[in-house]
Design a protein around this ligand. Structure first.
Ligand SMILES: Cc1cc2nc3c(=O)[nH]c(=O)nc-3n(C[C@H](O)[C@H](O)[C@H](O)COP(=O)(O)OP(=O)(O)OC[C@H]3O[C@@H](n4cnc5c(N)ncnc54)[C@H](O)[C@@H]3O)c2cc1C
Length: 381
């Protein structure tokens, strides 16, 4: 009997394996991963520095330990190069491996902006443990970091690195941090709180070039500001890894297209996690992939189980200004209602009939998360 093969050992790949093993202990299972196959919580990467976590201490279990726990074969440092959906096989640089069912959990990759200059290649990204280790190694005492991107990950890094004693400049074309998730009043306060911690903001501008200047990197912005930095970190967003699926003829749009059963357009090929698109939605967070993992495991174990997602607020790891956000669905019609005092801010996005469609909570108002989440509509009923 050919194994169920899972591509990817991120939270999506390992969680669907764990959920499957609760239902089925014996079907042969193989997990293939381009990285080390260590089990770790990726969200820690943007908050680990301030708490002094090393790459080694972030990895909770090695590939060997995961293989033993899951009664599975884990092939680490192994890149799949092609999928043949008709033959039910994978190719690993010429080696052919047959599968009974295939689960694609290939995640998403960092978007790289086009930047000029002789040191444009020095831009770092942090999207896995190896990249985190490289980034940590580049940080010396009191490093000056130019951080491109003031979204969720960029703002978290800004808080974390500043708390760790580094000098941080954040550059973003938006007018306030987390502009895609927060109303302007909310974003402006987050900006102020992080500025009070020491973050310098360069908003409504972008990086045009990066050049080596002695042992420094000279970062030139579109507004003509020039920053002398040691390290440039980019966190401008993630794009689902669709290439392998696309080359195999599996339907992709922004992500790998799946239905509620996590089925792709190819027989016996499923997908979950950051690489998927479901009913026009990308859901690149931990809660959706955990929900997916439970439903897909049941489907793989023989009980077809459609997924539905409740409202899933995201905790933004900015201790300088605790923030929880559940943005309204794209295109939702309504308006923000904002109340604030010295200790917190509550932004509620309401429809014309007063129904709550989204929220952003800061400071003391984060305590209302549970009650308000119950009022929100599900992401997919
Ligand atoms: C810094 C940071 C902070 C975050 N913070 C939060 C947060 O606070 N809350 C939240 O909900 N979400 C957060 N997220 C998002 C969350 O971490 C992701 O949604 C989640 O980790 C995605 O898991 P995944 O398994 O789908 O993808 P990944 O973890 O990207 O896993 C993809 C796997 O595919 C493997 N792979 C890729 N190509 C190949 C190939 N060709 N062959 C074999 N294997 C391959 C990789 O090696 C990897 O094992 C954060 C993300 C980042 C980067």
């Amino acid at each position: 009997m050919h194994p169920i093969v899972i591509l990817g050992s991120g939270l999506a790949g390992y969680n669907v394996a764990r959920e499957l093993r609760k239902l089925d202990q014996t079907t042969p299972l193989t997990i293939i991963s381009a990285d080390s196959g260590s089990f770790y919580s990726k969200p820690m990467l943007s908050s680990a520095f301030g708490s002094g976590k090393t790459p080694q201490s972030i990895a909770m279990s090695s590939a060997e330990q995961m293989a033993a726990q899951l009664n599975a074969t884990v092939r680490a440092k192994t890149s799949v190069t092609a999928i043949d959906t008709a033959a039910h096989t994978l190719s690993i640089n010429g080696e052919i491996l047959a599968y009974s069912k295939l689960v694609i959990a290939l995640g998403a990759e960092q978007i790289r902006l086009p930047i000029e200059g002789n040191a444009a290649g020095a831009v770092m990204t942090v999207n896995d443990l190896d990249e985190y280790a490289n980034f940590r190694a580049a940080l010396k005492e009191q490093t000056t970091v130019a951080l491109i991107g003031a979204g969720l990950i960029g703002s978290e890094f800004a808080n974390d690195l500043t708390s760790g004693g580094h000098t941080v400049h954040v550059i973003d074309i938006a007018a306030w941090p987390l502009a895609r998730l927060l109303p302007s009043e909310s974003g402006a306060l987050l900006q102020q709180k992080l500025a009070a911690l020491g973050v310098t903001w360069h908003l409504e501008t972008s990086v045009t070039s990066i050049d080596q200047a002695g042992d420094k990197l000279k970062v030139t912005l579109a507004n003509a500001t020039v920053l002398d930095t040691n390290v440039v970190l980019s966190a401008v967003g993630l794009r689902p890894r669709t290439m392998l699926a696309q080359a195999a003829g599996i339907q992709t749009r922004r992500g790998i297209v799946i239905n509620r059963l996590h089925e792709t357009s190819a027989p016996d090929v499923y997908a979950l996690g950051d690489c998927i698109e479901i009913e026009d939605l990308l859901l690149p967070y931990v809660m959706p992939l955990m929900t997916s993992a439970r439903a897909l495991a049941a489907t793989l174990a023989g009980k077809a189980t459609p997924v539905s997602y409740p409202a899933m607020p995201v905790l933004v790891k900015t201790p300088a200004w605790p923030t929880i956000v559940s943005p309204p669905a794209a295109g939702a019609s309504g308006a923000w209602e904002i109340t604030s005092d010295a200790e917190g801010l509550k932004a509620l996005f309401k429809a014309a009939d007063s129904k709550l469609l989204g929220f952003a909570l800061h400071g003391k108002a984060t305590a209302e998360r549970g009650a308000l989440t119950k009022e929100l509509p599900p992401v997919l009923a």
